[in-house]
Design a protein around this ligand. Structure first.
Ligand code: PLP
Length: 410
């Protein structure tokens, strides 16, 4: 069989090989399943590198002073921090834990931005001791907590922009737990000065999985109109394709929209997460049972579920699935996880080719907020992370063991 290209939902460079099996980063995922077990998160390393370069090139072509900051909550893993540090990005962290990983991945502290709507005194101590570049202050209490410390900060603004995305991942609207509403910004600026903090600029993030370029353009407009600041951070949020009918804007179009407004004497910061890593990863599972309920539904159950991908349960996220060596099936089935919850459904309406126990099933576009939100529900072991490049696979996070489950017992 001739090698066939797969849809844009799969990592860049993915293809069906001569045996009709999916290859990611040049690695046959059926062989990966055999070698490393399932479930497993499989990433095409070159996909993440290509997208980070696309961001850098898009900015470089349009503006002199900019920084592309990896929003690491999407996939906080030492190896990926290392990869983006090598590519010349900065990073943000949303906790002292992510800070720990970013430093372990080799990020210069100066290139780290710390976020969080409720940073604890210990988080702030860790950040300042590590020498992070900037803390993005989110509340009057936090400004008070930083009083008298030597800190460079940005003020997080909720710009009153509400893009069309799930309400759980909208963050720019006025009714938000994050940041300062527009009316409060002057008071926040004054509070920073009064607390002796070095305020270098403003930050705003309107939400995630956003396809509307106008919303990003409006965000830039709002921030530019809020005074002269050395730094303006326009957040992240560019969406990706989870299913083949979705056509998100290209990185270049997104950057173009952000920069349509003139920025004079400003360093423009942008903070993508999902659009750097989401499409680079797939999850592989083994089918365990196929339950056919005539006239009702066929359940195909796999050896993972809400412990490795919480997004369908958390906000109804839709995914596709395929049998890794029989792409393009037409049997409508529901992919269920193995957890003790009826809501543990990964894909409600997948089209598979005659699924059978033992098949390797793949869900694409699981590179963001999958590993990040993995949990041990039902004491399942969290899956490994495998980076693939030019046909070589390396485990960058190993699978958990039963000993890991009892390691914290006292
Ligand atoms: N910046 C901030 C402050 C965020 O809260 C988030 C996501 O929640 C991001 C950036 C990254 O968003 P995305 O992964 O959609 O690009």
């Amino acid at each position: 069989m001739a090698a066939v290209a797969v849809s844009h939902v799969y990592p860049l460079g993915s293809r069906l090989n001569e045996q009709g099996r999916l290859e990611v980063g040049g690695c046959d995922v059926v062989e990966l399943a055999r070698e490393f077990g399932t479930p497993a998160y499989v990433y095409a390393e070159d996909d993440m590198r290509a997208r980070s370069r696309a961001y850098l090139e898009a900015f470089r072509a349009r503006i002199e002073r900019f920084e592309v900051i990896y929003a690491s909550k999407a996939f906080p893993c030492t190896a990926v921090y290392r990869l983006f540090a090598e590519e010349g990005l900065s990073t943000d962290v949303a906790s002292a834990g992510e800070l720990h990983l970013a430093l372990a991945g080799g990020f210069e502290p100066e290139l780290i931005y710390m976020h969080g709507n409720n940073k604890t005194p210990a988080d702030l101590d860790d950040a300042l001791e590590a020498g992070v570049g900037h803390i993005v202050v989110d509340s009057f209490d936090e400004i008070d907590r930083l009083r008298g410390r030597e800190a460079r900060v940005l003020v997080r603004v909720t710009p009153g922009i509400k893009p069309s995305t799930h309400s759980y991942i909208q963050t720019g609207q006025e009714d938000s737990k994050f940041g300062f509403g527009l009316d409060d910004v002057p008071r926040a600026v004054a509070a920073c000065a009064e607390a002796g903090l070095q305020l270098d600029g403003l930050h705003a993030h309107i939400g995630s999985q956003v396809f509307e370029l106008e919303a990003f353009e409006r965000l830039a407009e709002v921030l530019v109109d809020m005074g002269d600041w050395p730094l303006l951070n326009l957040g992240g949020g560019l969406g990706i394709a989870y299913t083949r009918d979705q056509r998100p804007p290209a990185i270049e179009e997104y950057v173009d929209a952000l920069l349509r407004h003139a920025f004079e004497g400003v360093t423009v910061l942008c903070e993508p997460g999902r659009s750097l890593v989401g499409s680079a990863g797939v999850t592989i599972y083994t089918v365990g049972t196929v339950k056919r309920i005539p006239g009702v539904r066929t359940y195909v159950a796999v050896d993972g579920g809400m412990s490795d991908n919480l997004r369908p349960m958390l906000y109804g996220a839709r995914y596709e699935a395929e049998i890794a060596d029989r792409f393009g099936g037409g049997d409508q089935v529901t992919i269920a996880g193995m957890h003790c919850e009826s809501g543990d459904i990964l894909v409600r309406d997948a089209l598979l080719d005659d699924p059978r126990p033992g098949d390797v099933l793949v869900t694409p576009a699981t590179g963001a907020y999958g590993h990040a939100m993995a949990n041990n529900y039902n004491a399942l072991l969290r899956p490994p992370v495998i980076f693939c490049k030019d046909g070589d696979a390396r485990v960058v996070v190993r699978r958990e063991t039963y000993d890991d489950l009892t390691r914290r017992d006292v």
